[in-house]
Design a protein around this ligand. Structure first.
Ligand SMILES: [Zn+2]
Length: 317
């Protein structure tokens, strides 16, 4: 289990309501995608269930939670819509007696994926709590959550995490050097999830990532292209790859004007030289397209759709 990165004030508040037994019945965690709302929800759930009011400790409850197998914790994490079958399972969970005698917790990730049927069924569970059940819903946009649900929840707003906190975490918990942590912290843009993804992929593979991206244009296999793009979109690595890609394209422009010594990626000179047949016009156009693409990515459009469009764009060369 990973302790949330940043959000110290919120975590303190959650710890204190558990300690004082003054927690509410339902919460809605709102904030941008990737800031760690669900990690905070899992942390809160652990505090609520552990008899020592601890999180990620050594007791039996904490251990079961870390194995994702505690009977008093019910999580709904769906790829697509959250259908009524799930909220029916939830109802059944609510009607069961607590396994360890304390609170039971329901976590719903991306509650904006609830279908209207599922929303109605969830509302019933929220209105008629059986036993001690605490609900925590997370979502990135409050406007997509029905008012009937919002009115029953305490709302906690998550913001982007300061870069320094992400950098400190990378150094202390993940053992990155200061220089590399700063680079990753910059790319994470306040979203620990991006830092986490890069850290779990054992650091930046800027050169390799960009080479793969470049080579994608030549790959004639649409499905392979789509699969690769979808993967980097899901891992939320696309923004960083696009940023790096733009820098490589700039180097390519510089190299074509013959100013070898001014390029940033000196180690990739040979790789860039191979691409020197690409025209100025095409490079400039690519930079423009990539910049637009970055805006589309940050607007939070469906990643599968974006991967499809991107793969098609590459088909056209
Ligand atoms: Zn414990």
């Amino acid at each position: 289990m990973i302790k949330p990165i940043g959000h110290k004030l919120i975590l303190k508040r959650l710890e204190s309501v558990v300690k004082n037994n003054s927690y509410g019945h339902a919460y809605l965690f709102i904030g941008p995608k990737g800031v760690g709302k669900f990690l905070a929800a899992e942390y809160f759930a652990n505090l609520l269930i552990c008899k020592e009011k601890n999180a990620y400790g050594k007791c039996k409850d904490c251990q079961l939670i870390s194995l994702d197998g505690h009977p008093d914790l019910f999580k709904i994490i769906e790829e697509d819509n959250i259908k009524i079958e799930k909220t029916r399972e939830l109802k059944e969970f609510c009607s069961l007696k607590s396994f360890s005698g304390g609170s039971k917790v329901v976590l719903i990730k991306e509650a904006d994926k609830l279908t209207s049927e599922a929303t109605n069924s969830l509302l019933k569970s929220l209105e008629e709590p059986e036993g001690k059940v605490v609900f925590v819903l997370t979502a990135s946009n409050i406007n997509n959550i029905p008012k009937t649900i919002i009115s029953r929840c305490q709302i906690i707003v998550f913001s982007l995490v300061p870069k320094t906190e992400i950098i400190d975490w990378l150094i202390e918990a993940k053992g990155f050097s200061k220089a590399e942590a700063e680079k990753i912290g910059q790319l994470a843009a306040g979203k620990p999830k991006i830092a986490l993804n890069i850290a779990e992929n054992e650091g930046l593979h800027e050169k390799k990532d960009v080479e793969n991206f470049f080579n994608l244009f030549k790959n004639r296999n649409y499905l392979e292209k789509f699969a690769y793009l979808n993967k980097i979109l899901e891992e939320e690595r696309i923004s960083y790859i696009l940023d790096a890609y733009i820098l490589y394209l700039r180097d390519l422009l510089i190299l074509k004007t013959g100013c070898k010594e001014k390029i940033i990626h000196k180690e990739s000179q040979d790789f860039l030289a191979e691409k020197s047949e690409i025209s100025f016009k095409k490079i400039e156009k690519s930079i423009e397209i990539i910049k637009n693409l970055k805006e589309t990515v940050s607007s939070g459009i469906n990643s599968k759709l974006l991967a499809e469009n991107l793969a098609l764009f590459m088909e056209e060369g």
